[in-house]
Design a binder for this molecule. Structure first.
Ligand SMILES: NC(=O)c1ccc[n+]([C@@H]2O[C@H](COP(=O)([O-])OP(=O)(O)OC[C@H]3O[C@@H](n4cnc5c(N)ncnc54)[C@H](O)[C@@H]3O)[C@@H](O)[C@H]2O)c1
Ligand SMILES: O=P([O-])([O-])O[C@@H]1[C@@H](O)[C@H](O)[C@@H](O)[C@H](O)[C@@H]1O
Length: 542
């Protein structure tokens, strides 16, 4: 078998990483730049609501003072994917290589050039402010709001139960154009996934024929944890990296049963791994190993990798975790459309959400236990928006919501999603959101081309969060605590995820606009800028 190489980056030939020339600086007494840091004093404004005796509310504006500290040095960063040989893993790897080399390729519709479309960080902008002279909006690339890693500079590697090299795996995935594949073939042929752990009961039996690249052992063990930890250390050393982010883009696992004494606490989880308990999944073993290596771990699939013991384990080690399940196409649209309808006062009463696809993910999901994991993550995405509107919905009332996924090999990665949104409108009317033929909303896309930019965003944002620290200030300006990290559970990643993991006891926000606003405004706060309110009073009060 070829040596375990991974795609290098500009690092491999000694080039410095693509550095961020600061596109802007903030001129404020509350923002101090040093060579190493951006130090910000930030006033966080919220509204506390008290319920009055007569059942009404009293709203009390509240200000909390925070200090934020951002490390400016962009670290040499690696991305290790579990499931590297899959459709998403091969596609995102080829995409990074193509972008780094500035490749173009021929297609039926003419030449195409490498891009990062679909990435919030690399493909979208945010409003910095208003031009002082022209009063026009000034928008900047999202990537430039903070000193972030550039995806072209990522070292990429990972594991797969299939030992197929990345070029052959890319062919197997059948996602990218041959005229592009041929240009990255040589580099990707030299990339071979590291052997991985495989506990057959967690993924569909139909995946067994891929499993030829295994670490011995069919259930959790400390040896598995230690091997994965070594893999992460070796990868970091091989590429002379400062940081590694680990991401699960392997097959969807069945849910693990939550068992007291097994996975309910950090200590019990470690004991369960030591004892080879059959309810500890491969993804949870990878999460534990990553936490022990202080490598942020992100779950791109819907299974409950983060059992309570895993969350406690991350908290105990002050390590970052995030998940679950990339929000790529049908669900991303749902979380925007439902947000628009309910916030427009339209009473959504039913959502029929069907799709079929023919890739290996679809094959794995054709097994009921694995589909159930996905059904849950695709169904819960409207809960927060429904519960927030007590005018339309009584307590416990909820639109009908059906999720159907069918495996149709012929269409490959080219997923067909058909949705119908049915709603009550003014005076007994109804609205059906559907395509022109009045059947349903039709959404065709290569699933992996939607997910791959999200894999990049999750890595770039998770890495950025490792360089942001905060402390609260007492009103007299004295610091109340030393600087520390954000909570271990990175709910800031929710925009990219169907079933956002949040710190225990905190609310889950699925509404797409709110998720993006949280991400944007937290990054703005780190350079001392208030949230963009869109009030544009300067255009109304004159
Ligand atoms: N649009 C999308 O593609 C999308 C959106 C949301 C979630 N997801 C999730 O992302 C994951 C990957 O999607 P995909 O289309 O790349 O699937 P895929 O089946 O093409 O790739 C999964 C890879 O994981 C490997 N694998 C399985 N178990 C493993 C283990 N224990 N260790 C290491 N490798 C293992 C498989 O061999 C395969 O190569 C799936 O769970 C899917 O549900 C995908
Ligand atoms: O993100 P999204 O498009 O709603 O959901 C997708 C599903 O529609 C698809 O069936 C599944 O195979 C993908 O893994 C992904 O979860």
């Amino acid at each position: 078998m070829a040596p375990h190489a991974e795609v290098g980056t500009g690092f491999s030939d000694g080039n410095a990483p693509t550095t961020n020339k600061d596109l802007f600086t903030v001129n404020s007494p509350n923002v101090v730049y040093t060579d190493k840091e951006i130090n910000t004093k930030y006033t966080y404004r919220t509204t506390l609501v008290n319920e009055t005796a007569d059942g009404k509310f009293e709203a009390v504006p509240k200000e909390t003072l925070y200090d934020f500290k951002v490390e400016r040095k962009v670290p040499k960063t690696g991305m290790m994917l579990i499931g590297w040989g899959g459709n998403n893993g091969t596609t995102v790897t080829a995409g990074i290589i193509a972008n780094r080399r500035g490749l173009t390729w021929d297609t039926r519709e003419g030449p195409r050039a490498a891009n990062y479309y679909g990435s919030v960080v690399m493909g979208s902008t945010m409003k910095l402010g208003t031009n002082a002279k022209t009063a026009k909006d000034v928008n900047i690339p999202f990537h430039d709001v903070l000193p972030m890693v550039h995806p072209n500079d990522l070292a990429v590697g990972g594991w797969d139960i299939s030992g197929m090299n990345l070029s052959a795996a890319m062919d197997r995935a059948a996602v990218l154009e041959p005229t592009l594949k041929v240009q990255v073939k040589k580099e990707m042929t030299e990339m071979v996934p590291l052997p991985s752990i495989y506990y057959p009961d967690f993924i569909a039996a139909n995946q067994e024929d891929r499993a030829d690249n295994l670490i011995p052992g069919s259930k959790a063990s400390l040896a598995h944890v230690e091997q994965i930890r070594k893999d992460i250390r070796d990868f970091k050393a091989k590429h002379n990296l400062d940081k590694v982010i680990v991401q699960w883009t392997a097959n969807t696992e069945r849910f693990a049963e939550l068992l007291p004494g097994v996975n309910d606490t950090a200590d019990n989880l470690m004991k369960a791994i030591e004892n080879g308990h059959e309810e500890v999944s491969p993804s949870t073993v990878f999460a534990v190993a990553s936490i022990l290596e202080n490598a942020p771990f992100i779950n791109g699939s819907p299974q409950n990798t983060f059992v309570p013991g895993a969350i406690e384990f991350a908290e105990k080690h002050n390590a970052f975790i995030g998940g679950d399940d990339f929000k790529s196409g049908q669900t991303k649209m749902k979380s925007a459309l439902v947000d628009f309808m309910i916030n427009a006062g339209i009473k959504l009463t039913s959502i029929a959400s069907y799709n079929h696809l023919g890739n290996n993910d679809g094959k794995n999901l054709s097994s009921h236990k694995q589909f159930r994991s996905k059904e849950i993550s695709k169904s819960n995405v409207v809960d927060d928006m429904v519960e927030a509107n007590t005018v339309l919905y009584k307590e416990g009332e909820h639109p009908d919501h059906t999720v159907v996924i069918k495996y149709m090999p012929a269409v490959g990665d080219n997923k067909r999603a058909l949705d119908e949104y049915y709603a009550e409108i003014f005076m007994g009317g109804h609205q059906t959101i559907s395509s022109p033929d009045d059947s349903s909303l039709f959404n065709v896309c290569e699933d992996s081309l939607l997910a791959s930019p999200l894999i990049i965003d999750l890595v770039l944002i998770a890495e950025m969060m490792t360089r942001i620290q905060w402390r609260a200030q007492a009103t007299d300006g004295a610091a109340t605590k030393d600087f520390g990290n954000f909570h271990s559970v990175l709910s800031i990643l929710s925009y990219m995820l169907k079933a956002p993991l949040t710190p225990p006891g905190t609310p889950v926000i699925n509404a797409l606009a709110k998720q993006r606003a949280a991400l944007t405004n937290i990054f703005r706060a780190c350079v001392g800028l208030q949230p963009e309110s869109d009030m544009t009073l300067e255009h109304k009060l004159f």
